[in-house]
Design a protein around this ligand. Sequence first.
Ligand code: MD3
Ligand code: FE
Length: 221
Amino acid sequence: MPGPTADLFADDALQQPAGRERIGDQSCVLRGYALPWIDRLLPELRRVLAQSPFRQMVTPGGFTMSAALSSCGDLGWTTDATGYRYSPVDPRSQQPWPSMPEAMRQLAVKAAADAGFTQYSPDACLINRYIPGAKMSLHQDKNERRYSEPVVSVSLGLPAIFLFGGHERSDKPQKVSLFHGDVVVWGGVDRLRFHGVMPIKDGMHPIMGPQRINLTFRTAG
Ligand code: MD3
Ligand code: FE
């Protein structure tokens, strides 16, 4: 006689490859995917931030964002009183953004391919730093020129609760916990869904310290 758990895995449609969780029709979390890359990523990240340090930006509505931002790649995302946009130069230095380091780019391209997006050449990597209490309100990413290529994000440091909404601001978001080393790929029909990050809880990460850093790779130009 089958035990009470006999049917647990009966539905093949619910099976996922190890460490992969589907969160939308064309979006998935690759748990721990970046962990083998961390030793190459962190020195690259340090170089980028030495050239273009984190800064808190002010939105067109006059609010200072609680997350601090930097960028690397051909284009970087900025905001000021006149609006949101991608720019080839860091407004702080008036110099080009640091180039996108090789391991960072390779990680993003491999993750996208593993999630089914074989066409991917990100030209921008937005770097967000959250200290405890920092958050990102629900928004859509609409400043990129083409939506055919996915967005890839790499979570480092303190955990976060990611809010994944629908196509209307009023759609109730699902909550997805993201941990150090998790990679998320968003594409296709999910590319314009509202999303945000709940306030980061107090904590200390053994490698990253009291912060969460998120790398977001996009094809912007
Ligand atoms: C989902 N950053 O920088 S991951 C952002 O964790 C941003 O720092 C969050 O939202 C963070 O714009 C979330 C990145 C992300 C980027 C684009 C998306 C998630 C997305 C587009 C559609 C759906
Ligand atoms: Fe976003």
